[in-house]
Ligand binder design. Structure first.
Ligand code: DHB
Length: 332
């Protein structure tokens, strides 16, 4: 039986972001500490809310914090408000979720009010942003920093938005320019979320590292389609969308594993993480933390607490006491 103990001693609590209460449990002689770091960010546990789910406003994000998320990634936000695509935008399939929302968002100035409301929280808030060029990305990143975000996540991987996302993230020269320009304009860490829908993923990851990014988030959704046999038409209004959930986990694990061999900056795994064992597989592939999206739908908002308990139980059973021991274990 794992019992939580009050932690940490003040000497361990000197992370840049002053996030206290690392999640530490004791089981007999074994102390299990599931806190982790992403560059200068300290997370009490390695589960983060992925962009695009339950992040409409401060209220829904606070709920995910209350359910144990170790960090929150916001909705992807652009310079101007955007309506998104017509319905249907989301379809549940047998082994995952297919969506093409079309980047609906209120624009950075309005959304900034939601981020400001979360300023008192000790859980890192990471502002996801999308744009078509380096100037726009830098403007958005500066605003995120001003509103109180602890890091930004550059969305260069949405698989179906014209001029944005993958269109930006599959051009190495443009991506290098964007990342280095954003780094030049903000002091908070810059994460870059990459797509599995490219053949030169490792080259892109190296480009991102060389441009000065602080971490790579892998992966965004897999470009996919569902056709309705009766109407003979694609079901999504946008025809193609992004596939997420359990079915894409092996793709995400492979991408993290490939990137881990090519770069030194921390990796954040995302794609199909539903259980503690899924998270552990991503750590072994080289991830320092994981993001959870579709599983909030499948297991409910308490998925963060539940996955953390599952991680601790697995670590206890296999005699691991820190996440660091697990990171990249597949390479040992
Ligand atoms: C959307 C989809 C994505 O995969 C993403 O990264 C951002 C936004 C969307 O459809 O809105």
């Amino acid at each position: 039986m794992l019992t939580s103990v009050v932690f940490p001693p003040p000497s361990l609590n000197t992370g840049e972001n002053d996030f206290i209460h690392a999640d530490i449990s004791r089981c007999g002689d074994l102390v299990v500490d599931i806190s982790t770091t992403i560059g200068p960010l300290r997370l009490k546990n390695p589960t983060m809310l992925a962009s695009g789910i339950m992040d409409e406003d401060a209220g829904s994000m606070q709920r995910m914090i209350d359910c144990g998320a170790g960090a929150i990634v916001t909705k992807s936000i652009g310079v101007q408000p955007r309506d998104g695509y017509a319905n249907p935008t989301v379809i549940e399939l047998d082994h995952g979720i297919l969506n093409a929302m079309g980047l609906p968002n209120p624009g950075i100035d309005l959304y900034g009010e939601e981020i400001k409301k979360l300023q008192a929280t000790k859980v890192p808030i990471i502002g996801s942003i999308y744009a078509a060029d380096a100037n726009e990305f830098a403007r958005l990143a500066e605003k995120m920093q001003r509103f109180g975000a602890n890091a930004v996540e550059l969305n260069v991987s949405c698989p179906h938005a014209k001029h944005y996302g993958l269109e930006v993230g599959s051009d190495p020269a443009l991506l290098h320019e964007i990342v280095s320009f954003v780094k030049h304009h903000v002091s908070i860490p810059v994460f870059v979320k990459v797509s599995p829908n490219i053949m030169n993923l490792v080259e892109m990851a190296q480009t991102i590292e060389n441009a000065g990014a602080d971490a790579i988030v892998a992966i965004n959704t897999v470009k996919a389609m569902k056709i309705d046999l009766e109407t003979t038409r694609p079901l999504l209004a946008n025809k193609t969308g992004g596939y997420s959930g359990k079915a894409i986990k092996p793709i995400g694990v492979r991408c993290v594993y490939d990137i881990a061999q090519a770069v030194k900056i921390p990796l954040i795994g995302v794609g199909g993480i539903t259980t503690g064992e899924d998270a552990i597989e991503y750590f072994m592939a080289g991830a320092s933390a994981v993001q959870i999206g579709s599983a909030v739908y499948y297991r409910g908002p308490d998925v963060f607490n539940v996955v953390c308990e599952e991680i601790k139980t697995w670590m206890k059973d296999h005699e691991y006491s820190t996440i660091t021991e697990l990171i990249g274990a597949a390479f040992q």
